[in-house]
Design a protein around this ligand. Structure first.
Ligand code: ASN
Ligand code: ZN
Length: 321
């Protein structure tokens, strides 16, 4: 189940300028009619019982609960990115149902993928707000599900930081694609909508300038690294997986802004190629750098600007020399 299944990359029919006209029904249109998300949203009603009470299923109209509707829409936008941009049918590429629970616990300051479903807290309201507010956070958590079904990156040290990184990449790409933002237009902030009013910061993490997302007496300073010089060796957080993920995050941001345009197209396709290719669960930063370079080569050719951008980006963050 962890085996990566190589799929041919489909151009995004909604955005690709190179998509050629095809007779009557194109393959992607035909696929769109048979592939669709299957969402189930539950309410934990401030308990920690999962999945809780089912409150909205696929096709149901919006409810009067904002968190339920944000989760439903965010799951849909995430499914759409994977399907339209990379030809992937849900987390497992076999149409797995997307299950989420909102209002988990009381003042719960996090969201997570539990191996089976998404879970969202409401935040404490003083420092952090409800976790369904940020599309990139919903995309981040669901990407942990994709990683589970593809590379299975071990959630420890460098492979763990890559696991976090892959979630930030596809999380931000959900936001960018859904809002129609190019690499230049994006804020590259994960969780921009989560900080409560008065908190000094712009979000949870910055992929553009890791380590600058917040600096607040209640939160401390954003500890993320953006270069191997700042790599943090620690026993905390599975070896600093949310700190050191800033290093590959910065590399992705560099690739995306160097190439320009829509980051879910070429940069996203390269990263998708890397996570569905010959990747092992214990992959480290240099190995991942090589996998992205190989993916760029097979997609765009060895002498392409895409390969050059990837090679330069990993060098710039000190992963390769
Ligand atoms: N929101 C965090 C994450 O997805 C929760 C966790 O698992 N540490 O990385
Ligand atoms: Zn994560």
């Amino acid at each position: 189940e962890r085996m990566a299944r190589q799929r041919s990359l489909q151009p995004d029919p909604t955005t690709s300028p190179t998509a050629s006209p095809s007779p009557s029904v194109s393959r992607s249109e035909a696929r769109a009619t048979e592939e669709a998300p299957n969402r189930l949203i539950h309410d934990a009603k401030n308990t920690t019982d999962l999945p809780g009470t089912q409150v909205r299923k696929e096709g149901d109209p919006p409810t009067d609960d904002t968190a339920v509707n944000e989760a439903y829409d965010g799951l849909g936008a995430t499914w759409e990115l994977w399907n339209a941009a990379y030809g992937r049918n849900s987390l497992d590429d076999r149409g797995l149902g997307l299950i989420a629970t909102v209002h988990y616990g009381t003042n719960y300051d996090n969201a997570f993928w539990d191996g089976t479903q998404m879970v969202f807290g409401d935040g404490d309201g003083e420092i952090l707000l409800g976790f369904t507010r940020s599309l990139d956070v919903i995309g981040h958590e669901l990407a942990h599900g994709v990683t589970q079904y593809t590379s299975g990156l071990n959630y420890q040290d460098q492979s763990g930081a890559l696991n976090e990184h892959v979630s930030d990449v596809f999380g931000i790409l959900v936001k960018q694609r859904t809002l129609g933002q190019s690499a230049e237009q994006s804020d590259w902030i994960i969780g921009a909508e989560l900080l409560a009013p008065g908190v000094q910061g712009v979000g949870l993490r910055s992929m553009k300038e890791p380590g600058t997302a917040y600096d607040d007496p209640r939160l401390g300073k954003d500890p993320q690294a953006g270069h191997m010089d700042g790599y943090v060796v620690t026993d905390d957080d599975n070896g600093g997986v949310h700190i050191n993920s800033g290093i590959p995050n910065k590399a992705f941001h560099l690739v995306a802004t160097t190439l320009g345009g829509n980051a879910w197209e070429r940069p996203g396709a390269i990263w998708y190629g890397a996570i569905t290719g010959d990747i092992k669960a214990d992959c480290d930063f240099p190995t991942f750098a090589a996998l992205t370079e190989t993916a760029a080569e097979s997609l765009y050719g060895a002498d392409s600007p895409e390969v050059a951008a990837v090679r330069d980006a990993w060098r710039a963050v000190g992963v390769t020399d």
